[in-house]
Design a protein around this ligand. Sequence first.
Ligand SMILES: Nc1ncnc2c1ncn2[C@@H]1O[C@H](COP(=O)(O)OP(=O)(O)OP(=O)(O)O)[C@@H](O)[C@H]1O
Ligand SMILES: [Mg+2]
Length: 354
Amino acid sequence: MAEGKNLVGVDIGASSIKVVQLKESRKKLQIARWGWAPLPPQTIVDGHVMNSSAVTEALSRIFHDSKIQQRDVAIGVYGQSVIVRKITVPMMTPNELDEQIHWEAEQHIPFDIKLMSIDYEVLRHRPDAGQMDLLLVAAKKDEISDYAAILREGKLRPSVVDIYAFTIQNIFEHQYGLPQDGTIALLNLGAAVSSLNIVTKGVSAFTREIANAGNAITEEIRKSLSCSYEQAEAYKHGGGETQIVPQEVTQIINQACQALAGEIQRSLDFYLATSGEPEIGRIHVSGGSAYLAPLVQAIERRARVPVQLFDPTVNLGVDPKFVNEADVRARSAQLVVALGLSLRCDKERRQWSV
Ligand SMILES: Nc1ncnc2c1ncn2[C@@H]1O[C@H](COP(=O)(O)OP(=O)(O)OP(=O)(O)O)[C@@H](O)[C@H]1O
Ligand SMILES: [Mg+2]
């Protein structure tokens, strides 16, 4: 991990906010503080914050209850407001690249470049061809500044903005390492969005966001049984100890999981058809909907490769004074983004200013 003070990772998801702060203790990384708060339905719609006071209230509550004093935070954004492209440019020095990158970006980004924040990473130098491959990332400034304004209202200082897919890849790499040959898929199954990142030979080769996830399954239950959203959500979770779940629920869940697994498979097939890669070796799932067994089974059946739950808290200690270990482990799959963000340090150079 880079030098410098760690930022607090803040993940504003469609169904809940997750916050994690890490610290190093005896050369081991430890969860120092963490917090979680649900958001009312419709707080965030299609990635846009519709009810900013619900978000600031939840943030204030989490920081207060979890006793987090550090106010410098890292946040994530989804791909709708972000374009990621692999591009090839002539060989140049880092300084030349800094000067040229806007011009290069203009050739590849179908939006007014003045409205975009640009960042990049050099993937490969190819001196024989006199070229280098870059990963170019462009994000719409207004989307980022909307989120940044909400955080400032909650008395937080957003210092780093990252993309969900890369955040998940970072924590995966930190915990498990990325295989240097072959292909894996990192799949985050959230409430509103399922995000896919296919990593080939240790480098992100394809990302896609699918606007279908846990909420759609809850919605199917709600519609079919004409019940409230909360009731449908409880049925999806197995009904709790005292509730009896109607018989039809299993079938409704299975059908909705098949539909979602089908959409995910189309993206996997698209990648395999266009990349020339022979296969995807393994799928690592995270996000709250990764706890839904029929969904994981449906994905595994279609993809015909092992699907494994990605627990981003393995090898991490916890500070027992502030963190209840059982609570944090029970939500670990939901914490991937917040954990990935909390690996970020305030000394890192980023081009995106917020
Ligand atoms: N034990 C469980 N069984 C089934 N579903 C679950 C379970 N726990 C959480 N979920 C589902 O996971 C989803 C929430 O996951 P997560 O917190 O990763 O989403 P989010 O970050 O709020 O949303 P998004 O990433 O789409 O913006 C909800 O749809 C919830 O119903
Ligand atoms: Mg999420």
